[in-house]
Design a protein. Sequence first.
Length: 65
Amino acid sequence: STGVDLEFNMVSSQLAGMNYAAHLARSLAVVETNPQRKAFLQRTDHKFSELHGQVYKMLFTRYQR
């Protein structure tokens, strides 16, 4: 891939990674017993979820076909 196709593939890969990170942090936070680690995982989930939403909107608007 080159140009726009390459950019789209890279950004969509990053989007999948952010979704994975958010779900992993959320799942770990549910079973975490240490309050500090639980809070960290919840913040991580929130941050990656926010980033995922922002990138999804950008991807949707920039690459609509």
